[in-house]
Design a protein around this ligand. Structure first.
Ligand code: PNS
Length: 161
């Protein structure tokens, strides 16, 4: 059985992320979507909310498990018996950081591969940050995120304008 780990901050999960989930399931039998704290970013949503929304947004996909994770990604991947890390690559601007992470992870574990998947063109410009900015200014969200994610974001910005 081929097991993949799709890690990220998912603050919040977007349709670009779920597009990568769908593509991953063509390559892997089972997928762990791992929601990370990421100290380099200050997430809008708590990890519990990000996990909850990721579960809702991926409920149509069988063989996907959403979990919070903290600590070293390589260790998490090993603990799950997974074979590869999956990352979405949208544009050239993603490349340098992704390249660093993939090589660092491989340095820690020589056996570990990172698989880069390109999202559908329609999501190639989509980021969680853009979605949050749209939400902050009351823009339309349903084309970019699951309706329940859209509702949650609107609530956040109504409470904290
Ligand atoms: O969605 P993001 O913010 O690009 O995800 C980044 C993430 C969570 C995959 C990355 O920060 C990560 O792997 N964090 C876990 C800690 C770790 O193992 N760091 C070393 C590899 S960079």
């Amino acid at each position: 059985m081929r097991i993949g780990v799709y890690p990220g901050t998912f603050d919040p999960i977007t349709r670009g992320h779920t597009d990568i989930v769908a593509r991953s399931l063509h390559l892997f039998d089972r997928l762990f979507l791992a929601v990370a704290p990421n100290p380099r970013k200050e997430p809008l949503l708590s990890i519990a909310h990000r996990v909850e929304l990721a579960k809702i947004a991926t409920k149509e996909f069988p063989h996907v498990e959403v979990e919070p994770f903290d600590g070293l990604l390589v260790k998490y991947v090993r603990d799950r018996g997974a074979h590869a890390i999956i990352r979405g690559l949208r544009a050239l601007s993603d490349f340098e950081h992704e390249f660093q992470m993939a090589l660092l992870n491989r340095k820690i574990d020589e056996q570990l591969e990172t698989v880069f998947l390109m999202p559908s063109e329609e999501f190639s410009y989509l980021t969680s940050s853009i979605v949050k900015e749209l939400a902050m200014f009351g823009g339309p969200l349903e084309d970019f995120v699951h309706p329940e994610v859209a509702n949650k974001l609107r609530q956040c910005y109504t409470k904290h304008p």
